[in-house]
Design a protein around this ligand. Structure first.
Ligand SMILES: *[C@@H]1O[C@H](CO)[C@@H](O)[C@H](O)[C@H]1NC(C)=O
Ligand SMILES: *[C@@H]1O[C@H](CO)[C@@H](O)[C@H](O)[C@H]1NC(C)=O
Ligand SMILES: *[C@@H]1O[C@H](CO)[C@@H](O)[C@H](O)[C@H]1NC(C)=O
Ligand SMILES: *[C@@H]1O[C@H](CO)[C@@H](O)[C@H](O)[C@H]1NC(C)=O
Length: 392
Protein backbone atom coordinates (compact mmCIF):
# COMPACT_ATOMS: atom_id res chain seq x y z
CA UNK A 1 0.00 0.00 0.00
CA UNK A 2 1.23 3.49 -0.80
CA UNK A 3 2.06 5.86 2.03
CA UNK A 4 -0.76 8.25 1.09
CA UNK A 5 -3.39 5.54 1.18
CA UNK A 6 -2.00 4.39 4.54
CA UNK A 7 -2.34 7.95 5.83
CA UNK A 8 -5.89 8.21 4.56
CA UNK A 9 -6.74 4.90 6.20
CA UNK A 10 -5.16 6.09 9.45
CA UNK A 11 -7.24 9.29 9.53
CA UNK A 12 -10.38 7.41 8.55
CA UNK A 13 -10.01 4.99 11.42
CA UNK A 14 -9.07 7.77 13.84
CA UNK A 15 -12.17 9.74 12.84
CA UNK A 16 -14.22 6.60 13.25
CA UNK A 17 -12.68 5.98 16.71
CA UNK A 18 -13.44 9.55 17.75
CA UNK A 19 -17.05 9.26 16.69
CA UNK A 20 -17.46 5.81 18.24
CA UNK A 21 -15.89 6.70 21.54
CA UNK A 22 -16.59 10.30 22.52
CA UNK A 23 -14.77 11.50 25.63
CA UNK A 24 -17.92 12.06 27.64
CA UNK A 25 -18.70 8.72 29.19
CA UNK A 26 -21.39 7.47 31.53
CA UNK A 27 -20.55 7.52 35.23
CA UNK A 28 -21.49 3.82 35.20
CA UNK A 29 -18.03 3.11 33.79
CA UNK A 30 -16.62 3.73 37.25
CA UNK A 31 -19.40 2.58 39.57
CA UNK A 32 -19.03 -0.69 41.45
CA UNK A 33 -21.75 -3.17 42.39
CA UNK A 34 -23.14 -1.25 45.33
CA UNK A 35 -22.88 2.02 43.41
CA UNK A 36 -24.82 0.66 40.43
CA UNK A 37 -27.43 -1.09 42.59
CA UNK A 38 -28.09 2.10 44.53
CA UNK A 39 -28.21 4.26 41.41
CA UNK A 40 -30.84 2.00 39.88
CA UNK A 41 -33.03 2.01 42.94
CA UNK A 42 -32.21 -1.29 44.68
CA UNK A 43 -29.44 -0.83 47.26
CA UNK A 44 -27.38 -3.92 48.05
CA UNK A 45 -26.01 -5.34 51.29
CA UNK A 46 -22.52 -6.77 51.34
CA UNK A 47 -21.78 -10.11 53.01
CA UNK A 48 -18.52 -12.05 53.45
CA UNK A 49 -18.34 -15.79 52.97
CA UNK A 50 -15.27 -17.85 53.91
CA UNK A 51 -14.68 -21.17 52.13
CA UNK A 52 -13.26 -24.19 53.90
CA UNK A 53 -9.99 -23.69 52.01
CA UNK A 54 -9.75 -20.08 53.19
CA UNK A 55 -10.96 -17.86 50.34
CA UNK A 56 -12.95 -14.78 51.39
CA UNK A 57 -15.76 -14.05 48.94
CA UNK A 58 -18.07 -11.05 48.77
CA UNK A 59 -21.72 -11.93 48.41
CA UNK A 60 -24.20 -9.19 47.50
CA UNK A 61 -27.79 -9.22 48.66
CA UNK A 62 -30.67 -7.19 47.29
CA UNK A 63 -33.57 -8.06 49.60
CA UNK A 64 -36.96 -8.85 48.11
CA UNK A 65 -40.28 -10.11 49.38
CA UNK A 66 -40.51 -13.42 47.52
CA UNK A 67 -39.91 -16.53 49.62
CA UNK A 68 -37.40 -18.58 47.66
CA UNK A 69 -34.00 -16.89 47.47
CA UNK A 70 -32.41 -16.52 44.06
CA UNK A 71 -28.64 -16.88 43.59
CA UNK A 72 -26.77 -15.56 40.54
CA UNK A 73 -23.32 -16.75 39.50
CA UNK A 74 -21.10 -15.09 36.91
CA UNK A 75 -18.79 -16.48 34.22
CA UNK A 76 -14.99 -16.71 33.78
CA UNK A 77 -13.02 -13.51 34.26
CA UNK A 78 -16.21 -11.85 35.34
CA UNK A 79 -17.83 -10.73 38.60
CA UNK A 80 -21.17 -9.84 40.15
CA UNK A 81 -21.33 -6.41 38.48
CA UNK A 82 -21.80 -7.86 35.02
CA UNK A 83 -25.44 -8.68 35.73
CA UNK A 84 -26.00 -4.97 36.54
CA UNK A 85 -24.20 -3.17 33.74
CA UNK A 86 -27.37 -2.64 31.71
CA UNK A 87 -28.82 -0.61 34.58
CA UNK A 88 -32.61 -0.42 34.34
CA UNK A 89 -32.52 -3.04 31.60
CA UNK A 90 -30.22 -5.43 33.50
CA UNK A 91 -31.17 -8.86 34.80
CA UNK A 92 -30.66 -7.90 38.44
CA UNK A 93 -32.83 -4.78 38.32
CA UNK A 94 -35.53 -6.67 36.40
CA UNK A 95 -35.57 -9.39 39.07
CA UNK A 96 -35.51 -6.82 41.86
CA UNK A 97 -38.50 -5.03 40.34
CA UNK A 98 -40.28 -8.40 40.37
CA UNK A 99 -39.52 -8.59 44.10
CA UNK A 100 -37.11 -11.52 44.08
CA UNK A 101 -34.77 -11.95 47.04
CA UNK A 102 -31.53 -11.70 45.11
CA UNK A 103 -28.08 -12.92 46.09
CA UNK A 104 -25.16 -12.40 43.74
CA UNK A 105 -22.03 -14.45 44.30
CA UNK A 106 -18.38 -13.94 43.43
CA UNK A 107 -15.88 -16.67 42.62
CA UNK A 108 -12.34 -16.75 44.02
CA UNK A 109 -9.83 -14.51 42.23
CA UNK A 110 -12.13 -11.74 41.01
CA UNK A 111 -11.90 -8.27 42.54
CA UNK A 112 -14.61 -9.08 45.10
CA UNK A 113 -12.98 -12.36 46.06
CA UNK A 114 -9.27 -11.65 45.85
CA UNK A 115 -8.65 -12.37 49.52
CA UNK A 116 -7.69 -15.34 51.63
CA UNK A 117 -7.29 -15.98 55.35
CA UNK A 118 -3.59 -16.85 54.90
CA UNK A 119 -2.46 -16.42 51.31
CA UNK A 120 -1.59 -13.12 49.66
CA UNK A 121 -2.78 -13.03 46.03
CA UNK A 122 0.10 -10.72 45.07
CA UNK A 123 2.83 -12.83 46.63
CA UNK A 124 1.69 -16.43 46.98
CA UNK A 125 1.28 -18.33 43.70
CA UNK A 126 -0.60 -20.93 45.78
CA UNK A 127 -3.54 -18.47 45.94
CA UNK A 128 -4.02 -18.98 42.18
CA UNK A 129 -3.77 -22.77 42.36
CA UNK A 130 -7.40 -23.44 41.48
CA UNK A 131 -9.72 -23.91 38.53
CA UNK A 132 -13.50 -24.05 38.19
CA UNK A 133 -13.20 -27.41 39.95
CA UNK A 134 -12.39 -25.73 43.29
CA UNK A 135 -14.88 -22.92 42.58
CA UNK A 136 -17.53 -25.62 42.17
CA UNK A 137 -16.41 -27.73 45.09
CA UNK A 138 -15.89 -24.91 47.62
CA UNK A 139 -17.12 -21.45 46.55
CA UNK A 140 -20.53 -22.52 45.31
CA UNK A 141 -21.62 -24.79 48.21
CA UNK A 142 -20.32 -22.34 50.80
CA UNK A 143 -22.28 -19.55 49.14
CA UNK A 144 -25.43 -21.69 48.88
CA UNK A 145 -25.20 -22.72 52.55
CA UNK A 146 -24.64 -19.13 53.60
CA UNK A 147 -27.77 -17.97 51.75
CA UNK A 148 -29.90 -20.83 53.07
CA UNK A 149 -28.76 -20.17 56.64
CA UNK A 150 -29.25 -16.42 56.37
CA UNK A 151 -32.75 -16.81 54.91
CA UNK A 152 -33.71 -19.89 56.98
CA UNK A 153 -34.84 -21.63 53.79
CA UNK A 154 -34.31 -25.19 52.63
CA UNK A 155 -33.60 -24.43 49.00
CA UNK A 156 -32.99 -21.68 46.48
CA UNK A 157 -33.15 -21.04 42.74
CA UNK A 158 -30.02 -20.50 40.75
CA UNK A 159 -29.14 -18.58 37.60
CA UNK A 160 -25.67 -19.21 36.21
CA UNK A 161 -23.91 -17.80 33.18
CA UNK A 162 -21.13 -19.78 31.44
CA UNK A 163 -18.66 -20.81 34.18
CA UNK A 164 -21.52 -20.06 36.57
CA UNK A 165 -23.13 -23.17 35.05
CA UNK A 166 -19.95 -25.30 34.97
CA UNK A 167 -19.51 -24.93 38.73
CA UNK A 168 -23.07 -26.21 39.22
CA UNK A 169 -22.33 -29.29 37.11
CA UNK A 170 -19.10 -29.87 39.11
CA UNK A 171 -20.80 -29.46 42.49
CA UNK A 172 -23.97 -31.42 41.78
CA UNK A 173 -22.08 -34.38 40.28
CA UNK A 174 -19.43 -34.42 43.03
CA UNK A 175 -21.68 -33.71 46.03
CA UNK A 176 -25.13 -34.89 44.85
CA UNK A 177 -26.72 -33.97 48.20
CA UNK A 178 -26.71 -30.37 46.92
CA UNK A 179 -29.35 -31.28 44.33
CA UNK A 180 -31.91 -30.98 47.14
CA UNK A 181 -30.82 -27.43 47.91
CA UNK A 182 -31.52 -26.14 44.40
CA UNK A 183 -35.10 -25.93 43.27
CA UNK A 184 -34.31 -24.84 39.74
CA UNK A 185 -31.15 -24.16 37.78
CA UNK A 186 -31.39 -21.70 34.90
CA UNK A 187 -28.27 -22.29 32.83
CA UNK A 188 -27.44 -19.41 30.46
CA UNK A 189 -24.85 -20.46 27.86
CA UNK A 190 -24.18 -23.76 29.69
CA UNK A 191 -20.59 -25.05 29.62
CA UNK A 192 -19.63 -28.65 30.30
CA UNK A 193 -18.34 -30.13 27.04
CA UNK A 194 -16.28 -28.05 24.63
CA UNK A 195 -16.27 -30.56 21.77
CA UNK A 196 -17.64 -28.27 19.09
CA UNK A 197 -15.95 -24.92 19.57
CA UNK A 198 -16.12 -22.57 16.59
CA UNK A 199 -13.45 -20.06 15.47
CA UNK A 200 -11.96 -17.89 16.87
CA UNK A 201 -12.41 -19.75 20.19
CA UNK A 202 -11.28 -23.07 18.67
CA UNK A 203 -8.16 -21.44 17.23
CA UNK A 204 -7.28 -19.97 20.60
CA UNK A 205 -7.69 -23.41 22.07
CA UNK A 206 -5.18 -24.96 19.65
CA UNK A 207 -2.48 -22.51 20.70
CA UNK A 208 -3.57 -22.64 24.36
CA UNK A 209 -0.86 -25.07 25.52
CA UNK A 210 1.84 -22.84 23.97
CA UNK A 211 0.49 -19.76 25.74
CA UNK A 212 0.35 -21.78 28.92
CA UNK A 213 4.00 -22.88 28.60
CA UNK A 214 5.00 -19.25 28.16
CA UNK A 215 2.94 -18.12 31.15
CA UNK A 216 4.26 -20.87 33.40
CA UNK A 217 7.84 -20.06 32.47
CA UNK A 218 7.25 -16.42 33.44
CA UNK A 219 5.51 -17.28 36.70
CA UNK A 220 2.19 -15.89 35.54
CA UNK A 221 -0.59 -17.41 37.63
CA UNK A 222 -3.12 -14.56 37.65
CA UNK A 223 -4.69 -13.36 34.42
CA UNK A 224 -4.51 -10.65 33.29
CA UNK A 225 -1.05 -10.32 34.81
CA UNK A 226 0.84 -7.41 36.31
CA UNK A 227 3.92 -8.88 34.58
CA UNK A 228 2.52 -8.00 31.16
CA UNK A 229 1.36 -4.40 31.25
CA UNK A 230 -2.15 -4.08 29.81
CA UNK A 231 -3.26 -0.56 28.94
CA UNK A 232 -6.35 0.68 30.75
CA UNK A 233 -9.11 0.96 28.22
CA UNK A 234 -11.61 2.86 30.29
CA UNK A 235 -11.81 6.66 30.43
CA UNK A 236 -9.88 7.06 27.16
CA UNK A 237 -9.60 10.35 25.36
CA UNK A 238 -10.41 9.62 21.75
CA UNK A 239 -10.23 13.07 20.14
CA UNK A 240 -7.80 13.51 17.25
CA UNK A 241 -4.33 14.28 18.62
CA UNK A 242 -5.21 13.23 22.16
CA UNK A 243 -2.73 11.12 24.11
CA UNK A 244 -4.75 7.94 23.76
CA UNK A 245 -5.34 8.05 20.01
CA UNK A 246 -3.41 4.86 19.21
CA UNK A 247 -5.37 2.90 21.80
CA UNK A 248 -8.56 4.41 20.44
CA UNK A 249 -7.78 3.19 16.96
CA UNK A 250 -7.02 -0.28 18.25
CA UNK A 251 -10.28 -0.22 20.16
CA UNK A 252 -12.30 0.94 17.15
CA UNK A 253 -10.93 -1.89 15.03
CA UNK A 254 -11.49 -4.43 17.81
CA UNK A 255 -15.00 -3.20 18.46
CA UNK A 256 -16.00 -3.22 14.80
CA UNK A 257 -14.60 -6.74 14.36
CA UNK A 258 -16.18 -8.44 17.36
CA UNK A 259 -19.23 -6.41 18.33
CA UNK A 260 -22.52 -5.60 16.71
CA UNK A 261 -23.35 -1.93 17.22
CA UNK A 262 -27.05 -2.74 17.05
CA UNK A 263 -26.98 -4.90 20.20
CA UNK A 264 -23.86 -3.67 22.04
CA UNK A 265 -23.75 0.07 21.32
CA UNK A 266 -20.43 1.98 21.49
CA UNK A 267 -21.58 3.86 24.62
CA UNK A 268 -22.32 0.60 26.35
CA UNK A 269 -19.08 -0.96 25.11
CA UNK A 270 -17.27 1.76 27.09
CA UNK A 271 -19.14 0.71 30.20
CA UNK A 272 -18.09 -2.92 29.61
CA UNK A 273 -14.46 -1.79 29.36
CA UNK A 274 -14.74 -0.17 32.77
CA UNK A 275 -15.66 -3.51 34.33
CA UNK A 276 -14.36 -6.38 32.22
CA UNK A 277 -12.28 -8.48 32.38
CA UNK A 278 -12.04 -9.36 36.04
CA UNK A 279 -9.13 -11.49 37.15
CA UNK A 280 -8.94 -15.25 37.22
CA UNK A 281 -6.33 -18.00 37.48
CA UNK A 282 -4.25 -19.41 34.66
CA UNK A 283 -5.27 -22.85 35.87
CA UNK A 284 -8.96 -22.12 35.19
CA UNK A 285 -8.24 -21.43 31.53
CA UNK A 286 -5.90 -24.42 31.30
CA UNK A 287 -8.63 -26.67 32.69
CA UNK A 288 -11.14 -25.42 30.10
CA UNK A 289 -8.47 -25.87 27.44
CA UNK A 290 -7.95 -29.49 28.52
CA UNK A 291 -11.67 -30.15 28.30
CA UNK A 292 -11.75 -28.84 24.75
CA UNK A 293 -8.67 -30.80 23.65
CA UNK A 294 -9.58 -34.06 25.44
CA UNK A 295 -13.28 -33.73 24.50
CA UNK A 296 -14.25 -34.90 27.98
CA UNK A 297 -15.86 -33.01 30.88
CA UNK A 298 -13.38 -34.19 33.48
CA UNK A 299 -11.25 -33.17 36.45
CA UNK A 300 -7.91 -31.46 35.96
CA UNK A 301 -5.32 -33.50 34.08
CA UNK A 302 -2.07 -33.38 36.07
CA UNK A 303 -0.23 -35.86 33.83
CA UNK A 304 -0.18 -39.65 34.26
CA UNK A 305 2.09 -39.83 37.28
CA UNK A 306 0.33 -37.24 39.41
CA UNK A 307 -3.08 -38.42 38.20
CA UNK A 308 -2.27 -41.84 39.66
CA UNK A 309 -1.38 -40.30 43.01
CA UNK A 310 -4.46 -38.11 43.05
CA UNK A 311 -7.14 -40.10 41.33
CA UNK A 312 -5.76 -43.65 41.53
CA UNK A 313 -5.64 -43.90 37.74
CA UNK A 314 -3.77 -42.40 34.82
CA UNK A 315 -6.62 -40.32 33.42
CA UNK A 316 -8.65 -37.68 35.29
CA UNK A 317 -12.18 -38.83 36.25
CA UNK A 318 -15.14 -37.44 34.34
CA UNK A 319 -17.88 -35.44 36.07
CA UNK A 320 -21.01 -37.56 35.91
CA UNK A 321 -23.82 -35.33 34.63
CA UNK A 322 -26.38 -38.04 35.34
CA UNK A 323 -25.96 -37.21 39.00
CA UNK A 324 -27.11 -33.64 38.33
CA UNK A 325 -30.75 -34.35 39.06
CA UNK A 326 -31.87 -30.78 39.69
CA UNK A 327 -34.54 -29.28 37.40
CA UNK A 328 -32.49 -27.55 34.72
CA UNK A 329 -33.36 -25.06 32.00
CA UNK A 330 -30.76 -24.73 29.24
CA UNK A 331 -30.76 -21.45 27.28
CA UNK A 332 -28.47 -21.37 24.28
CA UNK A 333 -27.45 -18.80 21.67
CA UNK A 334 -27.15 -20.01 18.09
CA UNK A 335 -24.12 -17.80 17.46
CA UNK A 336 -22.39 -18.80 20.69
CA UNK A 337 -18.97 -20.05 19.61
CA UNK A 338 -18.04 -21.23 23.10
CA UNK A 339 -21.20 -22.79 24.51
CA UNK A 340 -22.37 -24.16 21.17
CA UNK A 341 -25.76 -25.68 20.38
CA UNK A 342 -24.13 -29.06 19.67
CA UNK A 343 -22.40 -29.16 23.05
CA UNK A 344 -25.61 -28.11 24.79
CA UNK A 345 -27.31 -31.07 23.11
CA UNK A 346 -24.70 -33.36 24.69
CA UNK A 347 -25.53 -31.91 28.11
CA UNK A 348 -29.23 -32.32 27.46
CA UNK A 349 -28.76 -36.02 26.63
CA UNK A 350 -27.06 -36.72 29.95
CA UNK A 351 -28.98 -34.53 32.39
CA UNK A 352 -31.95 -36.48 33.80
CA UNK A 353 -34.17 -33.48 34.55
CA UNK A 354 -34.10 -30.90 31.74
CA UNK A 355 -37.28 -28.83 31.97
CA UNK A 356 -36.48 -26.53 29.05
CA UNK A 357 -34.07 -26.55 26.12
CA UNK A 358 -34.38 -23.13 24.61
CA UNK A 359 -32.58 -21.69 21.59
CA UNK A 360 -32.63 -17.90 21.75
CA UNK A 361 -34.82 -16.47 19.05
CA UNK A 362 -32.46 -13.92 17.44
CA UNK A 363 -30.18 -15.87 15.11
CA UNK A 364 -27.03 -13.98 16.04
CA UNK A 365 -27.33 -14.44 19.82
CA UNK A 366 -23.84 -15.10 21.29
CA UNK A 367 -22.11 -15.86 24.60
CA UNK A 368 -22.14 -12.38 26.10
CA UNK A 369 -25.62 -11.51 24.86
CA UNK A 370 -27.01 -13.30 27.93
CA UNK A 371 -25.63 -10.55 30.19
CA UNK A 372 -25.07 -7.48 28.04
CA UNK A 373 -27.28 -7.37 24.95
CA UNK A 374 -29.61 -4.37 24.72
CA UNK A 375 -32.75 -6.40 23.96
CA UNK A 376 -32.45 -8.99 26.76
CA UNK A 377 -35.66 -7.50 28.14
CA UNK A 378 -37.44 -8.61 24.97
CA UNK A 379 -35.89 -12.02 24.30
CA UNK A 380 -34.42 -13.31 27.56
CA UNK A 381 -36.06 -11.90 30.68
CA UNK A 382 -39.64 -13.03 29.92
CA UNK A 383 -38.36 -16.64 29.61
CA UNK A 384 -36.47 -16.36 32.90
CA UNK A 385 -39.40 -14.79 34.75
CA UNK A 386 -41.78 -17.42 33.42
CA UNK A 387 -39.45 -20.24 34.56
CA UNK A 388 -39.02 -18.73 38.04
CA UNK A 389 -42.80 -18.39 38.35
CA UNK A 390 -43.55 -21.88 37.05
CA UNK A 391 -41.12 -23.71 39.38
CA UNK A 392 -41.87 -21.71 42.50
C1 LIG B 1 -17.90 0.67 46.01
O1 LIG B 1 -17.57 2.02 45.80
C2 LIG B 1 -17.80 2.83 46.95
C3 LIG B 1 -17.57 4.29 46.52
O2 LIG B 1 -16.42 4.41 45.74
C4 LIG B 1 -16.90 2.38 48.08
O3 LIG B 1 -17.13 3.17 49.22
C5 LIG B 1 -17.21 0.92 48.40
O4 LIG B 1 -16.33 0.45 49.37
C6 LIG B 1 -17.09 0.07 47.15
N1 LIG B 1 -17.60 -1.26 47.45
C7 LIG B 1 -16.98 -2.36 47.13
C8 LIG B 1 -17.63 -3.63 47.53
O5 LIG B 1 -15.93 -2.38 46.52
C1 LIG C 1 -2.18 -27.14 44.15
O1 LIG C 1 -3.22 -27.60 45.00
C2 LIG C 1 -3.24 -29.01 45.17
C3 LIG C 1 -4.44 -29.31 46.04
O2 LIG C 1 -5.60 -29.11 45.33
C4 LIG C 1 -1.94 -29.47 45.78
O3 LIG C 1 -1.96 -30.88 45.91
C5 LIG C 1 -0.79 -29.07 44.86
O4 LIG C 1 0.42 -29.43 45.46
C6 LIG C 1 -0.82 -27.58 44.64
N1 LIG C 1 0.17 -27.22 43.66
C7 LIG C 1 1.08 -26.28 43.86
C8 LIG C 1 2.01 -26.01 42.74
O5 LIG C 1 1.12 -25.65 44.89
C1 LIG D 1 -26.47 -18.80 60.53
O1 LIG D 1 -27.12 -17.55 60.68
C2 LIG D 1 -27.08 -17.02 62.00
C3 LIG D 1 -27.82 -15.71 62.01
O2 LIG D 1 -28.88 -15.68 61.10
C4 LIG D 1 -25.65 -16.80 62.43
O3 LIG D 1 -25.61 -16.37 63.76
C5 LIG D 1 -24.87 -18.12 62.30
O4 LIG D 1 -23.50 -17.88 62.58
C6 LIG D 1 -25.01 -18.67 60.90
N1 LIG D 1 -24.36 -19.96 60.80
C7 LIG D 1 -23.51 -20.25 59.84
C8 LIG D 1 -22.94 -21.63 59.85
O5 LIG D 1 -23.20 -19.45 58.97
C1 LIG E 1 -6.11 -7.73 38.03
O1 LIG E 1 -4.97 -7.80 37.24
C2 LIG E 1 -4.48 -6.56 36.77
C3 LIG E 1 -3.32 -6.82 35.87
O2 LIG E 1 -2.32 -7.46 36.59
C4 LIG E 1 -4.09 -5.72 37.96
O3 LIG E 1 -3.60 -4.46 37.51
C5 LIG E 1 -5.29 -5.52 38.85
O4 LIG E 1 -4.93 -4.81 40.00
C6 LIG E 1 -5.90 -6.85 39.24
N1 LIG E 1 -7.17 -6.62 39.89
C7 LIG E 1 -7.28 -6.53 41.19
C8 LIG E 1 -8.66 -6.29 41.72
O5 LIG E 1 -6.35 -6.65 41.95
Amino acid sequence: MKLTSLCILYFCVLTKATSLFPSVVSEDVNLNFTGLAKKYGHPAEEHKVVTEDGYILTLFHIPGKRTTPLLLMHGTGDHAESFLLRGEKSLIITLAEANYDIWVGNLRGNKYARRHVKLNPDEDPEFWNYSFHEAGLYDLPTTIDYVLNATRKGNLKMIGHSQGTTINFVLLSSKPEYNDKIKLLIALAPVAFLNNLAPPVSTLCEVGPLIDEFSKRHGIEELPSKKIPVPKFNNLECRGGSKDHVLCIFLAVFYSTFFDAKTIEPDFFQIILGHYPGNTSRKTLVHYNQIALRKKFSSFDYGVEENFQRYGKGLPPEYDLQKVTVKTALLIGREDRLATVKDAELIRKLLPNVVLFHLMKPKMWNHIDFIWRNDMNVYLFPTILKLLEKYD
